[in-house]
Ligand binder design. Structure first.
Ligand SMILES: [Zn+2]
Length: 708
């Protein structure tokens, strides 16, 4: 700073308005006027997050003792993002969270389960960019191997012009020693311009304890196929003569893949996934010469690949999804709100040929079939097998071939009209969200079968045959049709697992079906929250009431349903439209790993709400709604010891009294375990060489002391 005084008096320089010492050092030489300004790291971090903080103002003064002049200065701050050094660690996350730039959530493994917000200023334009950003957060997410696998990229666009929003979803599947882990994924999300908006982890640290080498007794294709064939024959043997069954099996193809199969509350296991497929014989008019004939996967088996159970069946693929609990109904026409009301009318598209007409909407690729009891392409489905979490007892299925509904002498079957009319609305709705049925590989479009009764279920989406069935006139209810269709959408998000898997994942699949069903139906008042009130008989469920179903899976789903009810009926979200809620819930499904937890879904919904422009106050309403139904962030005490290459052994010990009456805990290199609520639960992931190791004590730990 330079100043002159006309009377030649000595000038003293000074600081008239200082800067906040947290953000910069500022000093000035009172005689020479030379000043020194140095922004702190904190100021540079703040500048990276908040463009308004990329300058700091201060005021200097010059005085001859009588008169003073001041000058305002604007110093530019070079942004420095915490992740700019290549790694985003816990301290960086804390810094970003302090500025409100991020929300961070831990999962039950004590790892970061979700980071909601722009945690890096790197732009992501492609899978390679996504990999390099994921490497920065790998350690936080518990990823101990090089991130190099294939990344699946999905784009979801809404709206046009200034209202347009667009999101990109980069999905990386976990592998261990090159073996994929079923349902364990990390999803990185960005805006259309490549700005990172969050990361969501379904990574499973327990797989690091899995032996990934198959047993010699079951390590070649013939050994595996033999087991699968035995299982298949035992299923067919229920109704087919032995020679016919064996002839049928010999026409099939068996594809085997080694995968790690995570299990709730148990160690993951190494299994062979065997997909059994048959060639589809297409109607000539449906054959597109430009695409190869699809194959039909008729069964999927998981066979233990090592350990004591090597060569035996772990589980079969869940074949059916039920939307409906058992109902006794009297149905003789598709009306809403009672048998004596007038029929509901729909505008539908069908195909005609001369005097004949059939229930095919070629543009939307919807076909309505009349179902019968019987077989599907020679494979008996009566009764089907049971999965680990579900049991089914269907006695009715429909055949696809040659059973398209046609117009009869007395006009259209009202069931078929309702099915077509409601399916059309659902297809159009999902098209408006940027999803269409071609996202399901090998499908023949929207195939809908109508049957009189569907066992104990009213409606289902079949993730193996890729079709829908509605019984007991459930096709009259738009929310039920939308519920089943949402399962098909989930299938496209997680094709490797045919939709969300695991006990919480299956409950979430049902809850998302109910919620999107309600939003697509778009009713107001109490009917908005009833599932299937437009079918005959009592509604299947009430989304407001977790006790409104007798079935365990639906009771879990209803917890999530109730959270949706609470957040959507809160006065602070009254300005959020039905369409906006639909976008939030739809895009949140893309944020989920294929084996999701309720907590994953809580984070995903909040993140989608943030991207869709809901205010922080409205996001709090969402968080509070989840908390109210018990879907919460787990409070925990966690201590992590970290060190680098030098010194390579700090001989660190963590010990202290447990809460309650349990023993003291003692965690160190030789005993690496989680300690929770008075007992040790499961081993921590191994350290990567002499690099950074995490030792955690989680749960409620009173009076922790730290010794090293
Ligand atoms: Zn369902």
């Amino acid at each position: 700073m330079i100043a002159s005084d006309p009377e030649g008096e000595a000038i003293e320089f000074g600081i008239a308005e200082p800067v906040d010492a947290a953000y910069a050092e500022l000093s000035i030489d009172p005689i020479t006027g030379e000043f020194h300004f140095l922004p702190s790291d904190l100021a540079r971090v703040r500048a990276a997050i908040d463009p308004a903080a990329r300058t700091i103002t201060f005021t200097l003064s010059a005085s001859d003792g009588l008169n003073a002049r001041t000058i305002n200065l604007l110093a530019p701050i070079t942004p420095k993002h915490p992740a700019g050094d290549g790694i985003l660690d816990l301290a960086d996350l804390d810094t970003l969270a302090q500025y409100g730039a991020l929300q961070v959530s831990e999962n039950d493994s004590g790892l970061i389960g979700a980071i909601i917000g722009t945690f890096t200023d790197d732009k992501v334009e492609n899978a390679d960019d996504a990999r390099s950003v994921l490497r920065k957060v790998a350690e936080l997410l518990g990823v101990y191997e090089e991130i190099s696998g294939a990344i699946d990229v999905q784009v979801v666009d809404f709206g046009e012009g200034s209202d347009a929003t667009s999101e990109r979803f980069y999905r990386l599947t976990q592998t261990f020693n090159d073996v994929p882990v079923l349902g364990a994924e990390i999803v990185l999300t960005t805006a259309a311009d490549g700005t990172v908006t969050g990361v969501f982890s379904g990574w499973d640290p327990a797989v690091y304890g899995v032996d990934s080498t198959p047993s010699q007794t079951i390590d070649d294709a013939q050994e595996i196929t033999t087991v699968a064939t035995d299982v298949l024959l035992s299923r067919l043997g229920r109704s087919l003569p032995a020679e016919e069954a064996e002839a049928f099996v010999s026409s099939l193809a068996f594809h085997t893949n080694l995968v790690i199969y995570p299990a709730a509350d148990a160690q993951p296991v190494l299994v062979w996934q065997v997909d059994v497929s048959a060639p589809i014989v297409l109607d000539t008019e449906m054959t597109n010469p430009e695409t190869p004939d699809p194959v039909l996967t008729i069964a999927r088996y998981y066979i233990y690949a090592n350990g004591a159970d090597a060569g035996s069946l772990l589980t079969e693929h869940t074949l059916f999804d039920n939307a409906w609990s058992s109902q006794t109904v009297t149905a003789d026409g598709l009306t809403h709100g009672g048998l004596f009301n007038p029929p509901v009318s729909y505008t539908i598209t069908i195909e005609t040929d001369g005097g004949a007409a059939r229930m095919v909407d070629a543009g939307r690729r919807i076909t309505i079939y009349k179902g019968t009891k019987g077989h599907i392409r020679g494979v008996t489905r009566s009764p089907v097998g049971s999965g680990p979490d579900w049991a089914y007892d269907h006695d009715t299925v429909f055949t696809l071939d040659n059973d398209v509904v046609t117009k009869g002498f007395f006009g259209w079957d009202p069931s078929a009209v309702s099915a077509m009319g409601n399916m059309k609305k659902v297809v159009e709705f999902y098209n408006s969200l940027g999803w269409n049925f071609s996202r399901i590989p090998n499908s023949r479009g929207v195939q809908v079968g109508l049957v009189g009764e569907l066992g104990t279920a009213g409606a289902h989406w079949d993730p193996v045959l890729l079709n829908f069935a509605f019984g007991s006139d459930t096709e009259a209810a738009l929310d039920v049709v939308a519920h089943e269709f949402t399962h098909a959408v989930q299938y496209s998000i997680s094709p490797a697992t045919a939709g969300f898997r695991g006990s919480q994942g299956e409950a979430l699949a049902e809850a998302y079906g109910d919620i999107l069903g309600s939003l697509i139906e778009g009713k107001s008042g109490a009917d908005r929250w009833l599932v299937g009130e437009d079918a005959q008989g009592d509604p299947a469920r009430d989304m407001r009431n977790p006790d409104s179903s007798n079935l365990e899976q639906y009771r879990n789903a209803l917890k999530f349903d109730r959270a949706a009810y609470l957040m959507m009926s809160h006065p602070d979200t009254s300005a959020v439209s039905t369409a906006a809620w639909a976008k939030i819930f739809y895009t949140s499904m893309w944020r989920l790993p294929s084996d999701p937890t309720f907590q994953n879904a809580r984070n995903a919904v909040i993140a989608s709400a943030s991207v869709q422009g809901l205010t922080p106050q409205q996001q709090n309403v969402i968080a509070d709604a989840f908390t109210a139904v018990g879907i919460t962030e787990t409070p925990r005490v966690k201590i992590i010891l970290r060190w680098g290459a030098n010194p390579n052994d700090l001989d660190s010990h963590l010990t202290g009294p447990s809460s309650g009456s349990g023993p003291r805990f003692h965690i160190y290199y030789g005993a690496r375990n989680y300690f929770q609520d008075g007992s040790y639960t499961g081993a921590l992931p191994p350290c990567s060489g002499h690099g950074i190791c995490g030792y955690a004590a989680s749960g409620s730990v009173a009076g922790v002391r730290f010794l090293s």
